[in-house]
Ligand binder design. Structure first.
Ligand SMILES: *Cc1c(COP(=O)(O)O)cnc(C)c1O
Length: 373
């Protein structure tokens, strides 16, 4: 059985990362060859591109004076380790509500140089709250828990000490949802999700307090591997370069995406677009007797990664496999979650009408009994 051609979305990529890359990003890459690709990352053409990216991110996120856009290699996972060395002084409280937020928390817990690492955990599909005390110098959460599609509001915890920092993992949310710089100290992300580029890089918005924290820790005896040393990353970023060689293609495609979002109206435009796409999915699921949004609390439902549960009459794996066989890919649920579920990205690059088409395809698969369990 094949899906009727007229039902299919124009672009069949709905993965939560690496995510859909728009054709214009690839055209920009071709146009940048040979003056940019394959040239030194210490010379003007590449440094100009990094400078532009940093300036445009500053505009996109409306960063106040004193904030800096910092970048380095290794993706978000490397940034976690850098933060464990360079941002946590001693004690930290972590919110853990899925695979990604859990990984950062357990990484910090295992670090021999840190003190009390307090992990506040909740069931998948929900989110815990901070319980601030004067003890913690860092609080850490995720803007969007990509494994479950839970997107809690974040803000500096009330009652925390004035010197404490809030670190927000925005790997999948950044660029797809409105934020306010006063609500975080470090908002960090990677290019392969809402920015529709490729992986391997981390980017982080640092508040003045977070920049000072890095300098304070650097002034202590603590050993830090140079690759993970945030003072080195900051020093290089301010010169529009990275400590070691970055993927030039990733930077260029990311920069093109930021231009595209700004050209369409900026972060509020992207925010409305991802809300529209995700609402298509949640509304569709609520209207079907066999489906429902996984996240029960509608206020916690992600606007960039929608998770939809199916009842036992339907096999979500069969739906995802059938879609894949028809060129519509990566709608599978997060592997370790183990639910009868589809997980569908609604990042800014994804057309709301393609999301509408996807729901029609799923209806067709179910009507034609191709996903009976
Ligand atoms: C994808 C993702 C990560 C991991 O990013 P890498 O760049 O692969 O290290 C971390 N946190 C969240 C919330 C993510 O979505």
């Amino acid at each position: 059985m094949e899906l009727p051609e007229n039902l299919k979305p124009k672009d069949g990529r709905f993965g939560s990362g690496p995510s859909k890359i728009r054709p214009a990003q690839l055209e920009a890459l071709l146009a940048a060859n040979p003056k940019y690709l394959g040239t030194s990352h210490r010379k003007k053409p590449v440094k100009d591109e990094v400078k532009k990216l940093r300036e445009n991110l500053r505009e996109l996120f409306a960063l106040p004076d004193g904030y800096e856009v910092i970048l380095g290699n290794g993706g978000t996972t490397a940034f976690w380790d850098a933060a464990i060395f360079g941002l946590i002084k001693d004690n930290a409280q972590f919110l853990s509500f899925g695979e990604f937020s859990g990984k950062f928390a357990s990484g910090a817990k295992a670090a021999p140089h840190l003190g009390n690492i307090d992990i506040r955990k909740s069931e998948p599909g929900t989110a815990p709250d901070f319980a601030p005390t004067s003890e913690f110098d860092v609080y850490a959460t995720a803007h969007n828990e990509t494994s479950t599609g839970v997107m809690p509001k974040f803000a500096k915890p009330v009652g925390a000490s004035d010197e404490s920092l809030l670190l927000v993992d925005a790997t999948s949310a950044a660029g797809g949802a409105l934020i306010d710089a006063k609500d975080f100290d470090v908002y960090y992300f990677a290019p392969q999700k809402s920015f529709g580029s490729d992986g391997g890089l981390w980017l982080a918005l640092f508040s003045p307090a977070a920049l000072s924290r890095v300098a304070d820790i650097k002034a202590t005896e603590r050993w830090q591997p140079a690759f993970l040393d945030l003072s080195i990353a900051i020093e290089n970023s301010l010169l529009d370069q990275t400590y070691n060689t970055p993927a030039l293609a990733t930077i260029l495609m990311m920069s093109n995406q930021v231009d595209w979002i700004l050209g369409n109206g900026g972060l509020s435009w992207a925010d409305e677009r991802t809300k529209e796409s995700s609402q298509v999915l949640y509304g569709w699921a609520e209207d079907r007797p066999f489906a429902q949004p996984f996240v029960a609390d509608s206020a916690l439902r992600s606007q960039v990664v929608a998770t939809i549960d199916f009842d036992e009459s339907i096999d979500a794996v069969k739906i995802a496999d059938f879609l894949r066989a028809n060129g519509i890919v990566d709608t599978d649920s997060y592997r370790k979650l183990g639910r009868n579920q589809l997980r569908i990205a609604t990042f800014p690059s994804i057309e709301p009408n393609d999301v509408r088409a996807l729901t029609k395809c799923i209806d067709w698969i179910i009507e034609n009994q191709a996903a009976k369990s």
